[in-house]
Write a protein that binds this ligand. Structure first.
Ligand code: NAD
Length: 267
């Protein structure tokens, strides 16, 4: 399978750690130009860029808060100035602010929505504007732009104590599908990846604690916690011409977490 990404310009949000870092590095290894967005961890972003360059890619780091319209506009402008275009957006930056529902503050609700949903809208809108400038594409042409939204199994698995997070991910599902429908005639593809449990900073308290880890593994029929590379390989494929007929779809990268693991022993 060829996953041609050489010379593609790829913008990855939240690329200073975890899944975003893994994805940015994977594109770097395919010799893409990668814009490494970060929010606060400049060292992490530099590490990502080092790995991209070691892998044969190029890029630059760009500080921007994806929930701020002016930051997002500035980041895409910087990409245009550096590389003339953007071919792929991986909208990945996301947060959790967990709370029992009755105690959830409006601030916790808003922070999660602003980053996980509004941030995805703002980045996708800038990407679509750039894709639209690429001119008409014929029916037999490959996609002129790709967006990959990092969602979660919690776009379909309800999650007590995390209503804000699950609501944001459920929102991404319809953002992805409705936008995919709107821009498919322009040969722009929109897809989502929904990871299960991937060991990153966001859930370190779980995979780093023996008891919690054991409990988590009960939810994973494939019996291992995922790695950022598991997700990164799918992202590279989704941005490549090999997946050219795939749009409006979510790929669950979850070791079977969405398969109702409680039924694994005959129910
Ligand atoms: P992570 O905490 O390592 O990464 C999240 C990244 O988003 C960080 O680099 C953070 O700095 C960045 N970020 C947060 N707010 C931002 C903002 N306003 N602007 C720009 N960047 C911002 O965790 P991760 O697991 O790598 O998460 C990446 C994505 O994957 C998230 O959308 C998360 O919801 C999703 N996800 C993760 C898992 C998992 O098990 N790790 C499972 C399902 C979905």
């Amino acid at each position: 399978m060829s996953t041609q990404t050489a010379n593609q310009t790829v913008l990855v949000t939240g690329a200073s750690s975890g899944i975003g870092q893994g994805i940015a590095i994977a594109f770097g290894q395919k010799e893409a130009n990668v814009i490494v967005n970060y929010h606060s961890d400049e060292d992490g972003a530099r590490q990502t860029l080092d790995e991209i360059e070691k892998g044969g890619g190029k890029g630059f780091i760009c500080k921007a808060d994806v929930s701020k319209e002016e930051d997002v506009a500035r980041m895409f402008q910087a990409a245009l100035e550096a590389y003339g275009t953007v071919d792929v957006l991986v909208s990945n930056a996301g947060i959790q602010q967990d709370s029992a529902f009755a105690e959830m503050t409006l601030d916790q609700w808003n922070k999660v929505m602003n980053t996980n949903l509004t941030g995805y809208f703002l980045c996708a809108r800038e990407a679509i504007k750039i894709f639209n400038q690429k001119g008409e594409a014929g029916p037999d042409d490959k996609a002129k732009g790709n967006i990959i939204f990092m969602s979660s199994v919690h776009d379909i698995i309800p999650w007590a104590g995390h209503v804000n997070y699950a609501s944001s991910k459920g929102g991404i599902l319809m953002l992805m599908k409705s936008l995919a429908l709107e821009v498919a005639p322009k040969k722009i593809r929109i897809n989502a990846i929904s990871p299960g449990a991937i060991a990153t900073d966001i859930n370190e308290d779980v995979w780093n604690d023996e008891e919690k880890r054991k409990e988590l593994l009960k939810l994973i029929p494939y019996k291992r916690i995922g790695k950022p590379e598991d997700v990164a390989k799918v992202a590279v494929w989704l941005a490549s011409p090999d997946s050219d007929y795939v749009t409006g779809t979510t790929i669950y990268v979850d070791g079977g977490m969405t398969l109702y693991p409680g039924f694994v022993n005959n129910g």
